[in-house]
Design a protein around this ligand. Structure first.
Ligand code: BGC
Length: 254
């Protein structure tokens, strides 16, 4: 059975069909830029275009870049503030006509890595970090997701949250080299290490494909590895989430 997975980001909304048994992507990835307003209906309309592109009629799993509880957006993250309180499942179901299951994007990416990727079989505390417009985080203890970890929200220096200083969007905004940005990312990882003492950190999200450019700047005690599913993890995890989702707003252990 193929499921449509959609990974919603601050700069792009991506979709692909995923084989629900193997967790493999079985179509090309289709991407549409996120509308600059980042408002609910505008974004829902883009998501509907992605569903149409695949002429897909079944249930859709969707990774979303905010805290998500029981389908409801709890924080705005890097999206428009009018998202707070919106039942995302309902809005997307209404707009597309397909049944939607929505989970946090980093939780979805981590879920894919833990079940089909480098995190498979890894016990202890594993933290997935996604680098994109924001810094996403997914936490897994002995393979079980602890939903809605928000490590990118740690306040740092004059910044309300560290992701404003150390995510890919900061690199772009300030036109930083990988050397300089890598130093910031390492600082973020150091704080993560200090606060939650993980056993393993997996790095995914769009920027992880440039791993070679910045991995030499990573210098912490904890093992840090690249998510070999890279930014596809977000789509794969999203697709699978609609099968695994318990009705408590989080992904169940496989
Ligand atoms: C949000 C997180 C999200 C991350 C990555 C942050 O701004 O607070 O929920 O996972 O961005 O998209």
């Amino acid at each position: 059975m193929n499921i449509l997975g959609i990974d919603v980001g601050g700069s792009g909304i991506k979709g692909a069909l995923v084989n629900a048994e193997t967790g493999e992507m079985v179509s090309e990835r289709f991407r549409i830029p996120t509308p600059p307003s980042r408002k609910p209906q505008e974004m829902a309309d883009v998501i509907a275009k992605i569903v149409d592109h695949f002429e897909y009629k079944g249930p859709v799993g969707c990774g979303f870049p905010t805290i998500v509880k029981k389908g409801v957006c709890i924080s705005a993250g890097n999206l428009h503030k009018s998202w707070v309180g919106v039942n995302i499942d309902e809005l997307l179901t209404k707009t597309t006509g397909n049944e939607f299951t929505v989970v946090n994007d980093a939780d979805a990416a981590g879920y894919a890595s833990m079940n089909y990727g480098i995190g498979k079989g890894k016990d202890g505390l594993v933290i997935m970090i996604t680098i994109g417009t924001g810094l996403g985080s997914g936490a897994f203890f002995n393979g079980q997701l602890i939903p809605n970890f928000e490590l990118g929200q740690i306040p740092y220096k004059k910044y309300e949250k560290i992701e404003l200083w150390a995510a890919a969007s900061a690199k772009e905004r300030e036109d930083l080299s990988y050397e300089r940005w890598g130093k910031r990312f390492n600082k973020f990882l150091k704080l993560v290490e200090l606060i939650v003492s993980p056993d393993l950190i997996i790095v995914g999200g769009g920027t992880s494909k440039n791993w070679k450019e910045f991995s030499h700047k990573i210098n912490i005690e904890t093992d840090v590895v690249k998510a070999e599913l890279m930014n596809h993890a977000g789509i794969i995890g999203a697709a699978i989430s609609c099968l695994k989702e318990q009705h408590h707003g989080h992904l169940a252990q496989s």
